[in-house]
Ligand binder design. Structure first.
Ligand code: IPM
Ligand code: MN
Length: 353
């Protein structure tokens, strides 16, 4: 049975980086003998400007039937903030209950980190970002909008169910790695949410995961430690907004947005999981050949691992590692080394894995 994959290449550089990832996928299918059935969906800012539609419920229903979604990037500067982010990206994450956002922060050999002297052995973290609650839930509102008395509230939603399931995922993942789980929050100020998170963390840790070493850091300190001592972390689990912020710090230390992958996962597999690079649509470099498809190919690797194609995922991992080692910090300049060149190189390298 082929894996059914919905392709949402989206806006800006999305189609360029997804195009390279699909070249790699074609090659992997030849090498490993699995097949995919891909269906392209035209969604995003461009589509919205043309049709006024962001994501219809019928499209959601159709997408729900797929095994996975590969997403490039969505959003264009011509559409007001929030329309595409909430109406498309968050609607998919929330609607399919992809409550885990898994973002590796790994420094590969050959990549120059902006942190002087940082070596790969000191930087191998997986951030688990809660992906359906927190301030992203969208609770709050504007009162007396546009008057001198206007009030804006933006509330953070934290349920026992939501907190427990993401912490549990973090504990389980830590068991497959160095057995060290750091919870990141701001319990000293966000005392209600912090209390729920901390109690749940301790209860699960004492009751079910005594073999996993627990640590805690406030989000501000964690940002500092990511930069000064990333070796302190193995698996990090955190709230939605803190996870959003700290994974951009992570992208920085691991060599840039072009190398940051992410998986929006529903571990229960009742709906498709969605794999996307952390970077956005980068309208400033569209069509220049400067977009780096590595993050998208890494996300494709996460997708394949999730669909049970372990050997193909392993090929992606080793191809990326050799590419990064070989190119020694060089990124596409659009002239001598383009987006498509990186894709071609990866197509060759997966065959060597
Ligand atoms: C990310 C992005 C999104 C987020 C935006 C585009 C809604 O920044 O995936 O990290 O905040 O989650
Ligand atoms: Mn972000």
């Amino acid at each position: 049975m082929p894996h059914r994959i919905a392709i949402l290449d989206g806006d800006g550089i999305g189609p360029e980086v997804v195009g390279e990832a699909l070249k790699v996928l074609d090659r992997l299918e030849e090498l490993e003998g699995f097949t995919t059935e891909r269906t392209a969906y035209d969604l995003g800012g461009r589509r919205y400007r043309r049709t006024g539609e962001v994501l219809a419920d019928e499209t959601m229903d159709e997408l729900r039937t797929f095994d996975a979604i590969l997403l490039g990037a969505v959003g264009t500067p011509q559409v007001p903030p929030g329309v595409i982010e909430r109406g498309l990206l968050l609607k998919l994450r929330f609607g399919f209950d992809q409550f885990v956002n898994q973002r590796p922060v790994k420094l590969y050999p050959g990549v120059t980190s902006p942190i002087a002297g940082l070596t790969p052995d000191r930087c191998d973290i997986v951030v688990i970002r809660e992906n359906t609650e927190g301030v992203y839930a969208g609770a709050g509102g504007l009162l007396y909008a546009g008057t001198a008395a206007e009030v804006a509230t933006q509330e953070s939603v934290n349920t026992r169910h939501g907190v427990e399931r993401v912490l549990r995922y973090g504990f389980e993942l830590a068991r497959t790695r160095a057995r060290r789980l750091t919870m990141v929050h701001k319990t000293n100020v966000l005392t209600y949410a912090g209390d729920l998170w901390m109690r749940t963390f301790d209860e699960l840790g004492d009751g079910e995961y005594p073999d996993v070493e627990r640590d805690y850091a406030h989000i501000d300190a964690a940002c500092l430690y990511f930069v000064t001592q990333p070796e302190r972390f193995d698996v990090v689990v955190t709230d939605n907004l803190f996870g959003d912020i700290i994974t951009d710090v992570g992208a920085g230390i691991q060599g840039g947005m072009g190398l940051a992958a992410s998986a929006n996962i529903d571990p229960t597999r009742s709906a498709p999981s969605m794999f996307e690079p952390v970077h956005g649509s980068a309208p400033d470099i569209v069509g220049t050949g400067k977009a780096d498809p590595v993050a998208t190919v890494m996300s494709l690797g996460q997708l394949l691992a999730f669909l049970g194609e372990g050997p193909a995922a392993a090929r992606v991992e080793s191809a990326i590692a050799s590419l990064l080692d070989r190119r020694q910090g060089r990124t596409p300049d659009g002239v001598e080394y383009s987006t498509a060149d990186v894709g071609d190189e990866l197509v060759d390298l997966v065959a060597q894995g």
